[in-house]
Design a protein around this ligand. Structure first.
Ligand SMILES: Nc1nc2c(c(=O)[nH]1)N[C@H]1C(S)=C(S)[C@@H](COP(=O)(O)OP(=O)(O)OC[C@H]3O[C@@H](n4cnc5c(=O)[nH]c(N)nc54)[C@H](O)[C@@H]3O)O[C@H]1N2
Ligand SMILES: Nc1nc2c(c(=O)[nH]1)N[C@H]1C(S)=C(S)[C@@H](COP(=O)(O)OP(=O)(O)OC[C@H]3O[C@@H](n4cnc5c(=O)[nH]c(N)nc54)[C@H](O)[C@@H]3O)O[C@H]1N2
Ligand SMILES: [Mo]
Length: 671
């Protein structure tokens, strides 16, 4: 038996260290790396069995070309040489006839490795392809935070273990950030309270001291209401505000125009609940706010993050003192992305396409997209308004290349399907977005079948296209070293000596005070001029506030993650399963629906069938669908994203996955 270290590649704040046990060249067991300060020896249940996915017989293991109709998933095996020949000749022809912008890359963070994630960029830039705005997840959160906090990293999660009060604000810690939970437990053993602010009673809320069932999108009103209350009571951290912030008077003047009652009304909470939260924060200055990205997935989501950041600053939570802090994303170890993306290869700026609006890009855009190159993503399942994506993928004149590990719903539409390695077969470097560790990995096992890493695929394709130039001659080691050398947050010794595989590097210094130099001009901005509106205030929602649409589709839908899936990754583990939808008893009664029956959620965009769960864990008028299951049979079970819209967030152009109006009926009376 042999043990090898690696890092979990999945898109999750935890970025765990993994110890793999091998026998006879096969991985037989995965454990959390006991030496990793954040993983601390345990893995989530998905990843504990990840080796079964890596070594599964269902892996796509050789290149194949489509032989059936689009979406039918009928393919014929070809050699890599034939596949690359076909790919290069089609791309050359498309560029000649329609120009480089006719090619749209579609990639995201299916593998968070720095090299894997951006591996296609040098190629796409050299080709002159359209540029993909990678907005689907966190761009609203990042822009909102940056507007007020500049480049300040989030507070280290370890600080939460010394807090007296932890607010889990729009984050389901027990599902999406499980390694944060031990800090919560440690703090609660000392008497700390955990408050969950979430429209429904998620797994974390069930384990919390208090759950505040906020109205979806009611977070800015709550944060500003709290801020105003503490301002009126003169309980804000005046010293911090004076020394390290600017614009507070403008915010205060604006808050004076609102009554607390009106703000509380907007949160969906009772005055009693609000007052209880005020009392908790007032009594417990060691407050740590863990802000989720979940709060940003609606049309006022960036404002929610903005308002919470202002609350945190006004309470002085960025002062670096014990037990105090606010963490949205850690943003440790930022590096020079040009060492991965090589933007200088782009001869002239090409058009930018928001990945959230893939449906429109494939069906409405002129000049049209003629080739779609998908890697590390499963857009048919994860992009909103899926019926439009599906319609686009079905276009006979669209050449679709999918580089994948599994036969995902998107891969079924490929004209050319190419086998991808998993992270266990690759070299790469991983930084976590919910903690302050990073590390470099080497392959745990050799590449399976004929699978190629993202890096090797694009190097070979570039060679076939006759592309010359530095990035196309690099080895993976050179690409990695070029990037690692630029990482901010890396200790000098490691920068000099190089980062050894299997070594976990930590950038966090818990004893240090807040690094205020990272604020714009060294000051937290309460009223940043570069965003509109500069002064945070409550904004109206779009779809949720659309009276005409609400008359037709009266229920609000949010679509948070489910513990067994990572976005749509692991979809192959649930063949034929449709998942559940949770509805309040009042809404079920009004529709005469019974627990356990198959229902259809529908709106003007599409439909999704699920098994009905009736529960007071949600609020009246709110339905909750967890998990992006794969659509498995086109007639009955389309995906949850058939219901969501291409509408984007108030800042950052992110997806609004938690803001759709729908109705629900029994699947048997579908008309
Ligand atoms: N098991 C598992 N883990 C995951 C993922 C997964 O799919 N499965 N996905 C990964 C990825 S890519 C990401 S980005 C992260 C995301 O993880 P989070 O940051 O936790 O974000 P979400 O899971 O989208 O939503 C978190 C919570 O926000 C709530 N919410 C929705 N709307 C609102 C609102 O208006 N206000 C408030 N206060 N709360 C709201 C939802 O009900 C949900 O409980 O998780 C990662 N981890
Ligand atoms: N309704 C709804 N939709 C959502 C969300 C939601 O909360 N609700 N969340 C959104 C969020 S936060 C995100 S981040 C997106 C995520 O959307 P995606 O980035 O598309 O994530 P996954 O669904 O995990 O799909 C990743 C795919 O990449 C493949 N893959 C993994 N590693 C590699 C590799 O090294 N090379 C190649 N070529 N392929 C690889 C996997 O097999 C998998 O099929 O989904 C979004 N969609
Ligand atoms: Mo995400």
């Amino acid at each position: 038996m042999e043990k090898r270290k690696t890092i979990c590649p999945l898109d999750c704040p935890d970025a765990c260290g993994i110890t793999a046990t091998l026998e006879g060249g096969k991985i037989i067991r995965l454990d959390g790396d006991a030496d990793h300060p954040f993983t601390r020896g345990f893995l989530c249940k998905k990843v504990r069995t990840y080796h079964h996915r890596v070594q599964s017989d269902e892996r796509v293991l050789f290149p194949q070309v489509r032989t059936g109709a689009k979406g039918d998933a009928r393919f014929e095996q070809v050699s890599w040489d034939e596949a690359l020949e076909l790919l290069a000749s089609r791309l050359t022809e498309i560029k000649r006839e329609h120009g480089g912008e006719a090619l749209l890359p579609y990639c995201y963070a299916g593998n968070m490795g720095a090299v894997a994630r951006w591996a296609g960029y040098p190629f796409f830039h050299r080709y002159g392809a359209s540029r993909l705005m990678q907005t689907i997840c966190s761009s609203a959160a990042k822009e909102a935070w940056a507007a007020h906090c500049g480049s300040l990293p989030g507070s280290p999660p370890e600080k939460a273990s010394d807090a007296d009060l932890i607010l889990a604000w729009g984050i389901d810690i027990k599902v999406t950030n499980v390694h944060f939970w031990p800090f919560v437990t440690q703090a609660r053993r000392r008497g700390a309270k955990l408050v969950v602010i979430d429209p429904y009673r998620n797994a974390t809320a069930k384990a919390a001291d208090f759950h505040l069932r906020v109205r979806p999108g009611g977070d800015a009103a709550l944060a500003l209401g709290l801020l105003k209350q503490f301002l009126d009571q003169d309980r804000l951290d005046r010293k911090f505000i004076e020394q390290y912030t600017e614009g507070f008077d403008e915010l205060a003047a604006s808050l004076n125009q609102h009554s607390i009652d009106a703000l509380v009304e907007d949160t969906g909470l009772s005055r009693k609940q609000f007052d209880a939260l005020v009392a908790l924060i007032a009594e417990r200055p060691k407050t740590f706010i863990r802000i989720g990205i979940g709060i940003t997935r609606n049309t006022t989501g960036a404002m929610s993050v903005r308002a919470i950041s202002c609350l945190a600053a006004a309470l002085g939570l960025f002062d670096g003192k014990v037990g105090r802090g606010a963490l949205l994303m850690s943003s440790a170890f930022s590096g020079d992305s040009s060492r991965l993306e090589f933007p200088q290869l782009l001869e002239k700026p090409t058009r930018s396409i928001n990945m959230v609006q893939l449906g429109d890009a494939l069906t409405k855009l002129t000049p049209p997209v003629k080739a779609l190159f998908v890697y590390s993503s499963n857009p048919l399942s994860v992009a909103p308004d899926a019926s439009q994506v599906r319609k686009g993928l079905a276009r006979e004149d669209l050449f679709t290349v999918v580089h994948e590990q599994f036969l995902t719903p998107t891969a079924r539409y490929a004209d050319l399907l190419l086998p991808a390695t998993t992270s266990f077969e690759n070299c790469d470097v991983y930084t976590g977005y919910g903690q302050f560790q990073m590390g470099r990995v080497e392959p745990v096992i050799p590449a399976r079948g004929e699978a190629l890493s993202n890096f090797d695929l694009f190097q070979r394709l570039a060679e076939k296209m006759g592309y010359d130039g530095e990035p196309f001659r690099q080895t993976i080691g050179e690409r990695l070293d070029g990037y690692i050398g630029t990482l901010r947050g890396l200790p000098d010794a490691i920068r000099k000596e190089g980062l050894q595989p299997g070594v976990i590097v930590t950038s966090v210094n818990l004893a240090s005070a807040g690094d205020y130099s990272r604020f714009e001009r060294g000051l937290f901005q309460f009223a940043p001029q570069q965003v509109e509106p500069a002064i945070p205030r409550v904004l109206p929602s779009r779809e949720f506030a659309d009276a005409e649409l609400k008359a037709r589709f009266p229920l609000r839908l949010i679509t948070p993650p489910m513990s067994g899936l990572l976005n749509s990754t692991f979809g192959e583990r649930f063949p034929g399963e449709i998942g559940t939808v949770m509805m309040h008893p009042q809404d079920a009664d009004a529709r005469d629906l019974k627990a356990g029956e198959r229902v259809e959620i529908f709106n003007g965009r599409g439909r999704n069938q699920r098994t009905l769960v009736i529960s007071e864990d949600t609020q009246p008028g709110l339905v909750v669908v967890q998990g992006i299951y794969w659509e498995n049979d086109a007639s009955e079970s389309t995906g949850v994203n058939d219901l969501t819209s291409q509408q984007t967030t108030d800042l950052g152009g992110s997806g609004t996955f938690h803001e759709s109006l729908v109705d629900v009926r029994s699947a048997s009376d579908r008309s």
